[in-house]
Design a protein around this ligand. Structure first.
Ligand SMILES: NC(=O)c1ccc[n+]([C@@H]2O[C@H](COP(=O)([O-])OP(=O)(O)OC[C@H]3O[C@@H](n4cnc5c(N)ncnc54)[C@H](OP(=O)(O)O)[C@@H]3O)[C@@H](O)[C@H]2O)c1
Length: 287
């Protein structure tokens, strides 16, 4: 892949690079996250959107991020790099339903070309073992357990659900899956407070940094609770449009802020390759 060009990089000064040379060249610079605070895990979102803010065409078979990015190589490379950097990847059931059944939510699933570089970086620079834990949030427990992620040796899955969701999953055989755990958390009308999800991940799974891969409803829930620290946003140079009859989501759905409560972000870095922009924002404290 032709390296990404860094236009702006305002990351905090650090003693030395963390990314190995080859990844640092492809990424056009280093990638660092703040040290674990000891409180909740640090939460990093990752989305690709059109110029008009659409993250899904909501067209059957063409609703995923790949259609939005045009399967952009650097977008997939950065997504892989983020997956390689974290302890857990969190995703909502709605997104799981729309992704191809063979997808694994690990770095090389999205960008196999640099599989060995990701593995070396994760093991040597970050000292993280294995793949990140995949956390699927589904209040209803209505998941297809035939998906590859539930049957691939080496991958680890945690389904976070409600009591009724746990019963539903048990009835379709979740207990027979070797590498999948189901955790039932308290809910209000089927909705789980995302701070309890993060507390579970920290306390029971040792998670310090989370990659939140959406979709809009689950990400909106985290945003509404003030539980998002950063967003990596790829801006794809196309327009999707939307109508009132066929709404198309932006990166946050099912929640709206008022002007006085809307979160604001600092720009951390801006990168470019062709017509795509790769933006990294950190939330302003106090918002
Ligand atoms: N362009 C991009 O970067 C990007 C990224 C991600 C996703 N997407 C697209 O976005 C679309 C999916 O977004 P979405 O908003 O429809 O779905 P979503 O956020 O992925 O998932 C929504 C589902 O997650 C569960 N959920 C969410 N919040 C919950 C809570 N607080 N407690 C319990 N369960 C909770 C519920 O599952 P149950 O119904 O099972 O209870 C809910 O129906 C897809 O088209 C996907 O391809 C695009």
């Amino acid at each position: 892949m032709e390296p990404v060009r860094t236009l702006i990089d305002l990351q905090d000064a650090s003693p030395g690079p963390l990314l190995p040379d080859e990844l640092r060249i492809l990424y056009g610079g280093d990638l660092r996250f703040p040290a674990f605070s000891g409180e909740r895990p640090y939460v990093v979102g990752n989305f690709v959107s059109t110029l008009d803010g659409v993250i899904s065409f909501k067209v059957p078979g063409q609703s995923g991020g790949g259609t939005i990015s045009g399967s952009d190589e650097a977008d997939r490379f950065i997504m892989g790099l983020l997956r390689a950097s974290v302890d857990a990847v969190v995703v909502g059931a709605g997104t799981v339903h729309e992704v191809t059944p063979t997808h694994l939510w690990i770095a090389e699933s999205i960008y196999p070309e640099t599989k060995d570089l990701y593995t070396g970086y994760r093991r040597t620079a970050l000292r993280k073992a294995g793949y990140p834990l995949l956390v699927i949030v589904s209040g209803s427990g209505g998941l297809d357990l035939g998906r590859a992620i539930f049957h691939t040796p080496g991958t680890r899955v945690l389904i976070v659900t409600t009591e009724s969701g746990k019963h539903r999953l048990a009835s379709i055989g979740a207990k027979t899956l070797d590498s999948t755990e189901v955790a039932a958390l308290d809910d209000t009308g089927g909705l789980i407070d995302p701070s309890t999800i993060l507390a579970l991940l920290r306390d029971e799974f040792g998670v310090r940094i989370v990659l939140h891969e959406g979709g809009a409803t689950l990400f909106g829930c985290f945003m509404a609770h003030g539980l998002v620290d950063e967003v990596f946003l790829t801006l794809a140079p196309q327009i999707a449009g939307r109508t009132a009859e066929r709404p198309r989501p932006g990166m946050v759905a099912a929640v709206e802020f008022r002007p006085e409560t809307a979160p604001w972000f600092h720009l951390v870095s801006a990168k470019q390759r062709g017509g795509h922009l790769y933006l990294r924002y950190r939330v302003k404290s106090g918002t």
